[in-house]
Design a protein around this ligand. Structure first.
Ligand SMILES: [Zn+2]
Length: 339
């Protein structure tokens, strides 16, 4: 064997070693890697990381239609979540229809099949424990797939103001939020500050559930349900508990000052936002990305219509108030903009 041939052999071995390692943990922008996943991983459900920095193993799909829900924007393929999230949505839809005068849920984004950051919208929704539900009631008829892409939700706000339009708001919407907050696994519900204020001004009797209703940018045509880290997810990073204050005092008043709404001053030099890389996520997310999946979505669709069996802060001073860490996506809609 000539030295040249030997060198070529060594080089070849190095290249194939490198390629094997690369197949397991090739780094790249996480939103592109996770956004390209059509199906979840198989196996036990596990949320890894934080709501805004993580991924999901063993996700299941909410069926596109149920007796009391319809999933919107199917082309986004974001009807995936931890089975506890999916079962909670089904339960909320049933309870709201039976007890709250709410015909059914129009469900927006939950998570991608393997969670992770998304190519568009949402900083959170990464670990299968967040879901958006429209504040528009479900119609009696089934939407066509085309309508599910184009039908627009109704803003609850009066024009460009920060306040709810009393002609659009209803007792059934307040009842729906109360119902969602009533489940112990629900930790936070994000709504627009105007909606929170409406509840603060009008809810009589028991107000303990209002601690879970958190004001946040956007969220004026839908609300956002966040559930706790679930058993079996040792790498799931919990969020601070909300405490028991109804949140109608100083923390809410902050939202009606200029501070949360003023534009950030333009930096002298344009700053390129740092893209979240796969290597920024918990290590296990690289395995989640490469783990085997099912043959079809139907195999991992939850409950009815699928084959997966149903399983059984103290108020800070206004000036120092920090909003909840849903994180601040640049594309969160602000009043006056289309959702
Ligand atoms: Zn959301």
């Amino acid at each position: 064997m000539t030295p040249k041939v030997l060198l070529r052999l060594i080089f070849g071995a190095l290249v194939s070693l490198g390629m094997t390692a690369g197949a397991i943990a090739e780094d790249g922008p996480a939103k592109q890697l996770f956004g390209a996943q059509p199906l979840p991983t198989l196996g036990a459900p596990q949320s890894d990381g934080f709501y805004a920095k993580g991924c999901l193993a063993g996700g299941v799909a909410l069926p596109v239609d149920g007796p009391t829900w319809q999933v919107m924007r199917l082309s986004r393929n974001r009807r995936w979540g931890h089975p506890r999230m999916i079962s909670l949505l089904e339960r909320l839809s049933r309870d709201a229809a039976a007890k709250d005068g709410w015909s059914g849920l129009l469900v927006g984004d939950i998570s991608q099949p393997r969670g992770g950051p998304m190519l568009t919208g949402h900083a959170s929704h990464q670990v299968g424990l967040d879901a958006d539900v429209w504040l528009t009631p479900m119609p009696k008829r089934r939407f066509t797939n085309q309508e599910r892409e184009t039908v627009e939700a109704t803003s609850m706000l009066k024009g460009d103001t920060l306040f709810v339009d009393p002609d659009k708001w209803s007792a059934s919407r307040a009842a729906l939020l109360k119902r969602a907050a009533s489940y112990p696994e629900v930790e936070r519900i994000f709504v627009h500050p105007g909606i929170k204020k409406k509840l603060c001004d009008t809810v009589q009797g028991d107000r303990s559930w209002m601690a879970k209703i958190r004001p946040y940018w956007g969220h004026y045509y839908h609300f956002h349900i966040r559930i706790k880290c679930q058993a079996g997810s040792p790498n799931c990073k919990p969020q601070e508990p909300t405490g028991i204050d109804d949140g109608c005092g100083k923390p809410l008043a902050w939202w009606f000052t200029d501070e949360p709404w003023k534009k950030k001053p333009e930096p002298a030099k344009p700053v390129k936002p740092r893209v979240m890389m796969l290597s920024d996520l918990p290590k296990v997310c690289a395995q989640v990305l490469n783990a085997p999946g099912p043959n079809s979505a139907a195999e991992v669709t939850y409950g009815a219509g699928g084959t997966v069996a149903a399983p059984a802060k103290a108020a800070a001073p206004a000036a120092a108030y920090a909003p909840d860490d849903e994180t601040l996506p640049e594309d969160v809609p602000v009043p006056g903009q289309k959702p």
